[in-house]
Design a protein around this ligand. Sequence first.
Ligand code: HEC
Ligand code: HEC
Ligand code: HEC
Length: 421
Amino acid sequence: MNRRQKILAGIGAAGFIGIGLFLALAIKPAIAPVARPDVALSPALVAQGERIVALGDCVVCHTAPGGRAYAGGLPLKTPFGTLYTTNITPDRGTGIGEWSFEAFRRAMRQGVSRDGHLLYPAFPYIHYTKVTDEDLRAAYAFLMTRTPVHAPARRNELPLPLRFRPSLAFWNLLYLREGPEPATGDAPAERGRYLVEGLGHCSSCHTPLGVIGGEKHRESMQGGVVDDWSAPALDQLAAAPQPWTAGQIVDYLRTGLASEHGAAAGPMRPVTENLGRVPREDVQAIAAYLLTLQKPLRTVEPPAPPGDQDQRIDRGRQVFAGACAECHGEGSPMRGAMGRPALAMSSAVFGPSPRNAVMTIREGLAWPSQPGSTTYMPPFADVLNDRQIADVVAYLRSTAPHAAPWSGLDEQVAHLRENRP
Ligand code: HEC
Ligand code: HEC
Ligand code: HEC
């Protein structure tokens, strides 16, 4: 072999190994269908599964608006296109009725469907991979005892390169660390870590994402953006003007409302509705773990306030008096008899981004499903114009202690309006 042939042979061999490696990662065998679930579906296991599935928010993504529970079809908008969740009821043709436990476990641990195709990471398997076999078996038992619904998968609207699922193998190489990662020991915070990192997949919203949609691990829990809402940093709860106590975190997570703090709106609301269905000790464990993550306040350089800041705050004060004070004003029943805090104590007002204040004002807060709750706010999207919304938000911001004015408020308000249907 001369020199050139040697180089060519080397490149050929490397290419071969590369393709081989890729095929090994991307091509997964199908797992044979089963005639009936291959786990004994005892009532105790099904009850345990109900808890696991609630902790994992499965129903939130796997149910379309107005559709049957777990039958899929919810559109998930990603920066790359829209994809639809699939049917995880035990229907034999269109759901997971023919799935063995092994096929279910592989989907949860590796993001692979029963027939071997790779699943998009909008399905948070990089978190569910940490869940123990015992808990996965319970979730399987629960799902296999739901009513089967015939609901074929909807076609995803993705650009061509992303429709080629084998390329997900590279994503998995970067982001998938296969579990399980059970709690080590009985300490509540350790159980909390297991629930937050695994089933709860909290960081999938509360961590900023990189360019290809993976979580930035170095900024874990430092806050992210989801569906135009900002999911606040969860390592700054102790640094808030009104530091969160464990009890307040538990109340917030179980009821969507905590004393001295805001209410859960946007994508956090269904999370709290699910956590309201699990035993209190699970949520106490989550709170105990969150409190171990606390860091000193990260400050950002305040931008120069816009030129007409004072007039803007005056206009905003007037909007507030006319449209908001009956509920949020100092002398209102909500503040008095119901003991709700001033809006300045909410992360929507003192936090680093005006998103949640603008979104809450535009969309309001629907009556929650918990009985007896009084958390309701009408939507103002059709009542206030962009300038009025920006003005009232600037006014609210001026009432928060040590918070510099937000810059680019008008652009943000216009953007959040254009982005919504
Ligand atoms: C954040 C949204 C989201 C949540 C929460 C979620 N899923 Fe999914 N899931 C998806 C999406 C999207 C797909 C489809 C992915 C694809 O087609 O590539 C999917 C697919 C699946 C599949 C594969 C189905 C098939 O036919 O290939 C299973 C099984 C599954 N999910 C189970 C669960 C379980 C169990 C839970 C709760 C522990 C859960 N999912 C929670 C978004 C979610
Ligand atoms: C009918 C009563 C009502 C009116 C009117 C109302 N709100 Fe609310 N608003 C609520 C309730 C209830 C909450 C949930 C927070 C709570 O209970 O403390 C809330 C929450 C908010 C939040 C989010 C704070 C948080 O809890 O995270 C903002 C921001 C807000 N309101 C702004 C406004 C503005 C601005 C107006 C006027 C344009 C307004 N609201 C009018 C009842 C109302
Ligand atoms: C689907 C996305 C999503 C998931 C999953 C999620 N969150 Fe959130 N979370 C949000 C958003 C958005 C907000 C802001 C809601 C608001 O201000 O009304 C929020 C707010 C919060 C807050 C209040 C923070 C503050 O400063 O006001 C806490 C605490 C919290 N989440 C904890 C959790 C925990 C614990 C989990 C996992 C069990 C979790 N979240 C999972 C999106 C999510």
